[in-house]
Design a protein around this ligand. Structure first.
Ligand SMILES: Cc1cc2nc3c(=O)[nH]c(=O)nc-3n(C[C@H](O)[C@H](O)[C@H](O)COP(=O)(O)OP(=O)(O)OC[C@H]3O[C@@H](n4cnc5c(N)ncnc54)[C@H](O)[C@@H]3O)c2cc1C
Length: 400
């Protein structure tokens, strides 16, 4: 079927249904086969290929949906953001290489940044000129962020920063770090925290990559040794860093990569198609136990879709999402980890005689399985999400 490569971008009044149709058409017509992980032509895209792809999505009106037009956004609602995400999820395209910028730094800059900061950063994030990383976790402060020690000391019109961050995703490629620091003492806990937008080429910053279980070095330790930044790098008021950090975490848990349920569904279709493409593997699908596990996954994905839709309804109605973000985070990470386990158990039967689609699926799902181990850790572990749900949604007492 012929698809128009450059259909006209719908205007704001067109509504979500029209935007969805537009997004579907554009993505199908423009995503190259070698970037589709369910295609036998797939090859791991380079960072620059991913950057260019996301830049073209932005130019096609498929990024910054809810951001104000004045900062390069589309000025639309969370509904249009969701419909674009559904279409993004339904295609096996690469994960965003700039989700920390687009989904964490961008929103917090809009919430607490000065006008100058908004002008300086927001358009560069959307147009893929700047990558960001998130410098929150430290060796002794992960789940309990209030124990962080990286110190920011005022010096005239500047701040001097010393300390260490860890597990900083994308630090090696980032232009800026959304950095959480302490201005007082560790005993102040969540008081006396301050957030900065720190250029990663500032003298005194050292990035040491860490290799993860999937063989990639996508995160790093970041050392700050007498790093001096101007006061204009401060995001929000001194002492307001905790509120800003909680806001970032709530976005990270509730709305970041909103396409996940649709992406999991796409992966499930890929898994089943790969099994059906091969006589040996297709026999596995006849097994009642496998069928029940697949049925389970379908149910979980559907429930996750419902959670996401409800989050969007609540946010559109003006409600703050707060602790409910933990429910979504817990659900998608556990759901995907269980699915990745099922997928690995099926593709582990792939051998050199298996179909090309099955070989591709083995590579994809081996990587998915390894990465899914991290999904119940980053953005807050499952145990921590369960505590938050118990204490802040069910109002149960805090454990002594
Ligand atoms: C792939 C990946 C990418 C990441 N990217 C980033 C990033 O870009 N920026 C960033 O700042 N951080 C990042 N992180 C760090 C991540 O946020 C932390 O690993 C996470 O918050 C857990 O902290 P921790 O590793 O210090 O573990 P700890 O907090 O030491 O937890 C250890 C164990 O104790 C449990 N535990 C801790 N406290 C409680 C409690 N109160 N109740 C019950 N159980 C508890 C935890 O569930 C866990 O099982 C990333 C992590 C991973 C795996």
């Amino acid at each position: 079927m012929h698809m128009e490569k450059n259909p006209a971008i719908p205007d704001a009044a067109a509504g979500p249904a029209v935007y969805r149709q537009y997004a579907r058409q554009w993505l199908h017509a423009n995503l190259p086969a070698h970037m589709r992980s369910d295609s036998v032509d797939y090859r791991t895209p380079t960072l620059d290929e991913c950057r260019q792809w996301e830049q073209s999505m932005y130019e096609a009106g498929l990024a910054g949906m809810t951001w104000p037009k004045v900062y390069g956004g589309r000025g639309l609602t969370l509904r249009e953001h969701l419909v674009v995400n559904k279409e993004v999820g339904a295609l096996a395209m690469p994960e965003s290489v700039s989700s920390i910028g687009k989904e964490l730094a961008g929103p917090i800059i809009q919430a607490v940044g000065t006008e100058e900061q908004k002008q300086c950063f927001l358009h560069c994030i959307l147009s893929m000129r700047h990558f960001w990383c998130q410098g929150f976790s430290e060796p002794d402060a992960g789940s309990d962020l209030a124990r962080l020690r990286t110190k920011a000391v005022p010096e005239g019109d500047s701040w001097r920063i010393n300390g260490q961050k860890i597990w900083t995703s994308g630090a090696a490629k980032a232009h800026y770090c959304l950095l959480l620091t302490r201005t007082g003492t560790v005993a102040d806990k969540h008081r006396g925290l301050l957030m900065f937008a720190v250029p990663m080429d500032t003298p005194g910053i050292r990035v040491v990559p860490i290799k993860s279980i999937d063989g990639k070095d996508s995160f790093a330790e970041v050392f700050f040794d007498n790093v001096v930044v101007p006061d204009s790098a401060r995001l929000g008021a001194p002492d307001d860093g905790w509120n800003a950090a909680i806001r970032v975490l709530s976005i990270e848990r509730a709305t970041n990569r909103m396409y996940r349920a649709w992406r999991f569904e796409c992966e499930l279709r890929q898994l089943v198609a790969a099994c059906k493409s091969d006589p040996e593997l297709s026999k596995l699908l006849d097994d009642g136990y496998t069928q029940r596990r697949i049925g389970d996954v379908v149910g979980e994905i559907d429930a996750l879709k419902g959670l996401v839709e409800r989050t969007v309804d609540q946010m559109t109605a003006g409600d703050k999402i707060g602790a409910r973000g933990s429910l979504t985070k817990l659900y998608w990470s556990e759901c995907h980890q269980a699915f990745a386990g099922l997928a690995l158990s099926l593709v582990s039967h792939v051998n050199v005689r298996s179909s090309a689609l099955a070989q591709r699926a083995r590579k994809h799902f081996t990587h998915a399985y390894l990465f899914a181990r991290a999904e119940t850790i980053y953005a807050g572990t499952s145990e921590v999400q369960m505590d938050i749900i118990a204490q802040r949604i069910m109002n149960l007492p805090t454990e002594l």
